[in-house]
Design a protein around this ligand. Sequence first.
Ligand code: NAD
Length: 295
Amino acid sequence: MTRVAPKGGGMSDRWVVVGAGTMGLGIAYVAAGAGHDVDLVEVDQTRGQVAAVRLGELWDRAVGRGRLTAEQADANRSRVTMRATLDEVSAGPDVVVEAVPERADLKRRVLREAETLGPVLLASNTSSISIAELAEGLNRPEAFLGLHFFNPVWAMALLEVVVGPATTSQSVDAAVALAGRLGKDPVVVRDMPGFATSRLGVTLGLEAIRMVADEVAEPADIDKAMVLGYRHPIGPLELTDLVGLDVRLDIARTLEAAYGQRFAPPPLLVEMVAAGHLGKKSGQGFYRWQNGVKA
Ligand code: NAD
């Protein structure tokens, strides 16, 4: 395999990203932009095609905005290879990150399979599930940790590095170094469900949804109150639309199991997910979205 020297010198790593949804494609985009070769694995053929198109649009946009030359965009594009299964990926990658839906059983299955490739670092992009729980059944839990990226991955500086009970300090150091190469600013946190970010962020989001149900104000006004009154860059309901209501529901259920009733998902959230109102990705959430833009 040809390794590409990234900007700033040094050899690039070979990455495998599992799941090409909102997060997986963002992680693949950023990793390729840092000079790494990426296998992006997506089981759902349609979603895989959508992800490939979306990645192309992101690079075209970067060129259009003068952030990349056409040559740089082409080089990044050529570093990402779409795969339908992990069987198609060659062994010995440096980093594997899973970004499949927030369900512990699914993630454990994917992680066990990915571990057989023998990566130096094995990571989960989970927003809320404990690393200890996901490490069950792994042969090398010392190489496993959480790499919690934020959405959109290319715009958000934070990388939450979640240290499991078996994670070695070498793995943590490797994760912090990797964050630097991606241009991310890491925080290292202890393994507790919801970590530092989701536990606080989801609290706000769930309460905002209860306020919509209580008809305290229109969603736009609840968001405006937090933006203008508390200087949040974006309101909790719009953020829920960006994250995906289904994703937030899964996280709430994980946190409810860990911390009890205070994270119980509001009935309105459950109803909206059942109706297919998933936020930006479905075109309807607390706002209407057209071509990825809030209507
Ligand atoms: P998503 O539903 O957009 O994407 C998940 C993708 O994984 C789907 O395309 C699905 O087809 C694919 N998939 C499922 N099983 C697979 C398998 N076995 N192999 C390969 N692909 C498979 O979800 P998302 O929003 O990208 O979230 C992914 C993870 O990232 C979750 O753990 C979530 O909690 C976390 N996360 C999400 C956000 C966010 O804002 N959406 C932010 C931070 C972390």
